[in-house]
Design a protein around this ligand. Structure first.
Ligand SMILES: [Zn+2]
Length: 90
């Protein structure tokens, strides 16, 4: 309540809500290497998007059609499995 520091917020690509970066998983697409991966450091190069660390959003994310059109890259089942591992339980 007494925090005046602005917390950097990013939009979840699934639910489109703004959330503090710490509550989101960063997914990065490295075009040069044609690789999509989870960036836990937040410092990897590439085009990124953010996803809540919630089961609902991972499931919603998995249902996005035309990933390539929406996000600019395709999402593999391996990445989805990794995202599910990243979900934080309450
Ligand atoms: Zn979300």
């Amino acid at each position: 309540m007494n925090s005046n520091k602005p917390v950097p917020e990013r939009m979840c690509v699934a639910c489109r809500q703004m959330k503090p970066k710490s509550q989101l998983t960063r997914i990065v697409f490295n075009k040069a290497e044609n690789r999509v991966f989870i960036d836990n450091t937040g410092k990897q190069n590439g085009r990124g998007c953010y996803l809540c660390k919630s089961k609902q959003c991972v499931q919603k994310f998995a249902k996005i059609k035309n990933f390539e059109k929406v996000l600019g890259f395709n999402v593999s089942s391996e990445l989805l499995a990794r995202l599910e591992e990243n979900v934080e339980q309450d």
